[in-house]
Design a protein around this ligand. Sequence first.
Ligand SMILES: [Zn+2]
Length: 92
Amino acid sequence: MKTNNLLNKLNKLRKIKIGGLVYNIEYTELEESLGRTEYPKQLIQIDNRQTKEQQEVTLIHEIIHCLNNQRSELETEALAQSLYQIIKDNNF
Ligand SMILES: [Zn+2]
């Protein structure tokens, strides 16, 4: 399988700047969701018990929430999966 540069970078990322704010990215065990963002703490948490691929989709999902947290869960998830597919299909 061809290594995907962008997804490799995404996996190693522990801080991300979104809209001028730096969010910390933490991999941990979560109880109620696969991922969550604490906006006041600028903290993105990803459940580390998911597969690597699912963690990647979840991180993209949380990044989309940070861009605009007015979107619905369904819309956010649809965007995350579409974006993930494009990244994979084009070996970004
Ligand atoms: Zn969400």
